[in-house]
Design a protein around this ligand. Structure first.
Ligand code: SAM
Length: 212
């Protein structure tokens, strides 16, 4: 997987100073290097753009790498709502989004995402594009909330669904993380309200369309 991803980035990724600065800021702040891969980020921009996303909900902001990628693809007056557990991470992400020119279009909600999602439901909010990239234990819950918050025909993109390739490796040591992602993938693939495909990019992304 690593070899293929390196190849993808090598051939298809054009140097992007804004995004490289985000990665540096994450390292400088002692935060984990777990942003989406460069090619996955490019895919997020393209998917948001191809689907005409106007109201995006991201679950898991870290330093704003995927947030910038999503914001770049959304409609000119689009909005990005991003949920992040850590105040410090959300602040760095907000700074990075502002530097990238999206200060007016992004809102961060800090704290456990489940609480923020409940709030968004209570407010009657609707989104047409979702990106799930936070704690894996809650992926099934996040998916259910996204479907609840989705406008008809919305898209849901979920990261890390290959769990480093372990979901497809019969010889992989039994790990909780692998088991969670395997179960999640079966849920997504068979969900009556979703039409989905799994793309082996980065750590694996599913792209789902919420049926109208
Ligand atoms: N999407 C980001 C990117 O590619 O730039 C990377 C997100 S990182 C893989 C996962 C993020 O989810 C971390 O910043 C972490 O703090 C956040 N997170 C973990 N548990 C969470 C929770 N219960 N609620 C909200 N955010 C959570």
């Amino acid at each position: 997987m690593k070899q293929i991803n390196n190849y993808m980035d090598e051939v298809f990724y054009q140097y992007d100073a804004t995004l490289e600065d985000v990665l540096s800021s994450i390292a400088e702040n002692g935060m984990p290097a777990i942003s989406v891969s460069r090619s996955s980020g490019k895919l997020l921009t393209m998917l948001a753009s191809m689907t005409g996303a106007k109201a995006i909900l991201e679950i898991g902001a870290l330093g704003g790498y995927s947030g910038i990628c999503l914001a770049r693809g959304m409609e000119k007056k689009g909005t990005l709502t991003s949920l992040e557990l850590e105040e410090k991470y959300a602040q760095l992400a907000a700074n990075n989004l502002a530097k990238a020119g999206f200060a007016e279009q992004v809102t961060y909600m800090t704290g456990p995402a489940l609480e923020s999602l409940e709030k968004l439901v209570a407010e009657g909010q609707r989104f047409d594009f979702f990106f799930i990239d936070a704690d894996k234990d809650n992926y099934e819950n996040y998916l259910a909330y996204c479907i609840q918050l989705a406008s008809p025909g919305a898209f849901i993109v979920t990261d890390n669904v290959l769990a480093g390739g372990s979901v497809a490796d019969p010889k992989a040591a039994p790990k909780r993380y692998t088991a969670i992602m395997k179960k999640f993938n079966v849920t997504v693939a068979n969900h009556p309200q979703l039409e989905s495909v799994l793309l082996p990019i980065g750590d694996g992304m599913t792209v789902s369309k919420v049926k109208k």
